[in-house]
Design a protein around this ligand. Structure first.
Ligand code: NAD
Length: 249
């Protein structure tokens, strides 16, 4: 039909990053979206319009959101070891930057905001077995990065229904897959340095890792579900994202 041929304009923050690039691939493959990337570095992707901008600048964010219907907010400051300098950076990007996105959505009448959170928002250092979304946020987050992810998630979820904006938060755990810049390279580097000879505890602990394509797919599904607006079942809620079978596209 004619209506289905009309593409939605979406903005992917962090679209030059690991998850963001996979998300862009899937958004384009869906045929439903015109994709704009907003990132502090150039995505180098000729298929999309990239706005090189900084989430910490409210005006740049607001301008980037003109005419946008759906925002996928995937950007984060790199979760490196926290020192005072990057604590400020982390807070400014992950918390104030998220507030800038929300305010920009409201000003520019964006309908839908999908926020990439993290499963670590509920991790207090104790085993989590069959944990679900009814768990409270960690009282003592494992690091400052996670603290800012909690604050960002709270901002996003409490903004559901603000001027008709529908929001959802997705919480992947560790992400792996093609072009992974961190997890596997770091594991290999540690192994080469001889740092992986020892097992702490029984060695039977489990950790959830999710394929990056599945995490990206979850973002598309969340945006589809939010087409119903602020009364969609998932609106204003957070969801853990974990692995089922790899989702082809
Ligand atoms: P990434 O570092 O590969 O990508 C983040 C992107 O954000 C980068 O391209 C970076 O340039 C951009 N960015 C940083 N500061 C910015 C700023 N001030 N303005 C605009 N853009 C800025 O990270 P990723 O692994 O793709 O993570 C994507 C999302 O998934 C993040 O929200 C992260 O918290 C979440 N997450 C990641 C993992 C994981 O294992 N990688 C696990 C759980 C949650």
């Amino acid at each position: 039909t004619r209506a289905s041929a009309v593409k939605k304009k979406c903005l992917v923050t962090g679209g030059a990053g690991f998850l963001g690039k996979h998300l862009v691939d899937r958004l384009l493959a869906s045929g439903k979206y015109d994709v704009v990337v907003f990132d502090i570095r150039d995505s180098g992707d000729p298929r999309v319009n990239t706005i090189v901008g900084d989430l910490r600048d409210p005006k740049q964010v607001e301008d980037a959101l003109a005419g946008v219907e759906v925002v996928f907010h995937c950007a984060t400051a790199a979760p490196a070891a926290a020192n005072t300098a990057n604590k400020t950076l982390m807070y400014d990007v992950n918390v104030k930057g998220t507030q800038n996105i929300i305010d920009g959505c409201v000003t520019q009448s964006v309908n839908t905001l999908v926020y990439t959170s993290s499963a670590s928002v509920v991790f207090d250092g104790k085993d989590l077995i069959n944990a679900d979304e009814s768990m409270p946020y960690a009282q003592k987050p494992i690091d400052y990065y996670t603290e800012t992810k909690i604050l960002g998630e709270r901002l996003v979820l409490s903004s559901n229904k603000r001027s008709g904006l529908a929001t959802v938060a997705l919480r992947p755990s560790g992400i792996f897959g093609e072009h992974d810049p961190l997890l596997v390279p770091l594991t290999v580097a540690n192994a080469k340095k001889g740092k992986m000879k020892y097992i702490i505890g029984s060695g039977k602990n489990l950790m959830d890792f999710t394929y990056v394509g599945n995490v990206a797919q979850a973002h598309l599904l969340a945006a589809d579900a939010l087409e119903k607006g602020t009364h969609a079942k998932c609106a204003g809620k957070a969801y853990f994202i974990t692995n089922a079978d790899p989702q082809p596209f």
